[in-house]
Design a binder for this molecule. Structure first.
Ligand SMILES: [Zn+2]
Length: 55
């Protein structure tokens, strides 16, 4: 099923939907490109740590 959803950041049509993290303050879903950018912005040089509360 093709999503007609648009990225909350760049407004491009989303093919693969990513959920922004709460701390990014973004409403809605974002595309892979913006997700990667945000990851680099917020966690430079780090891997994504979605389970950091488990540390
Ligand atoms: Zn985007």
């Amino acid at each position: 099923m093709v999503s007609k959803e648009k990225c909350a950041i760049c407004s491009e049509k989303i093919q693969f939907r990513y959920n922004p993290m709460d701390e990014w303050g973004i409403e809605g879903s974002i595309c892979g490109n913006c997700y990667s950018k945000k990851i680099n912005e917020h966690y430079p040089g780090e891997h994504v740590r979605v389970n950091k509360h488990l540390d």
